[in-house]
Design a protein around this ligand. Structure first.
Ligand SMILES: [Zn+2]
Length: 224
């Protein structure tokens, strides 16, 4: 009798394992292919964020320089951490500042800064809601930490030329480009922003852009 029970148990176990296996397999086959974001997407004053972007983008939470939560696109954040570590070895500390903003948040920012800093400032530094690269999650604004002090002011950061030259030299190695280079406002629509990096998920293209001092717009136009 004992033997019979044992056999039944073994049979049941085999069935269960077989069942699990086939279930897993079915699940894998049924899984629809997930659409992914286009890392080469162009968002600027003339090109709006694609409509389905907010559904597709995978965001991760990280801490900014002040310890507050910010959201960054998954791969961009992974690569940012590597860049940050690399620079730290050279004594340069870059920290996250402004990263992802939804279209609704951008509207809020536009309204608030118009009151606080004036229309002129807003039109120079703030994008129209829907037309900010920060909607992609792929744009990272950094600030500097120098001798334990956070340097996040635009003018002060621009003045730290030597530090940013070293930072910019490493961007392409991690798939980032400097999005608003100096003297290219007529193309990008923005003044020089040494702190605004854009992740494009392709180190080869990033190198081509950085080595030739191209804007993202120029690269895309050349490679249409
Ligand atoms: Zn920015």
């Amino acid at each position: 009798m004992k033997k019979v029970i044992y056999s039944v148990l073994v049979f049941a176990l085999v069935l269960t394992i077989a069942g699990c296996g086939s279930k897993k397999k079915d699940k894998k086959e049924e899984k629809p292919k997930k659409a992914t974001i286009d890392y080469m997407v162009l968002v600027n004053k003339k090109n709006k964020l694609p409509n389905n972007w907010e559904e597709l983008v995978e965001l991760e939470t990280a801490k900014d320089a002040w310890g507050d939560d910010v959201q960054v696109e998954k791969k961009a954040l992974e690569q940012f951490y590597k860049l940050q570590k690399d620079l730290l070895a050279e004594g340069i500390d870059i920290e996250l500042d402004s990263i992802y903003r939804s279209v609704a948040e951008q509207q809020d920012l536009w309204d608030r800064w118009t009151v606080e800093k004036g229309e002129e400032y807003v039109k120079t530094y703030v994008a129209v809601p829907g037309y900010s690269e920060h909607h992609t999650g792929l744009a990272i604004d950094v600030c500097l930490k120098i001798d334990g002090e956070i340097v996040a002011d635009n003018e002060e950061m621009i003045a730290n030329k030597e530090i940013f030259a070293k930072v910019h030299a490493k961007l392409a190695d991690y798939g980032f480009i400097l999005r608003y280079p100096e003297g290219k406002k007529d193309i990008t629509g923005y003044d020089y922003e040494p702190w605004h990096f854009r992740y494009i998920n392709d180190t080869k293209i990033a190198k081509e852009i950085m080595d030739n001092n191209l804007t993202f717009e120029e690269y895309l136009e050349k490679n249409k």
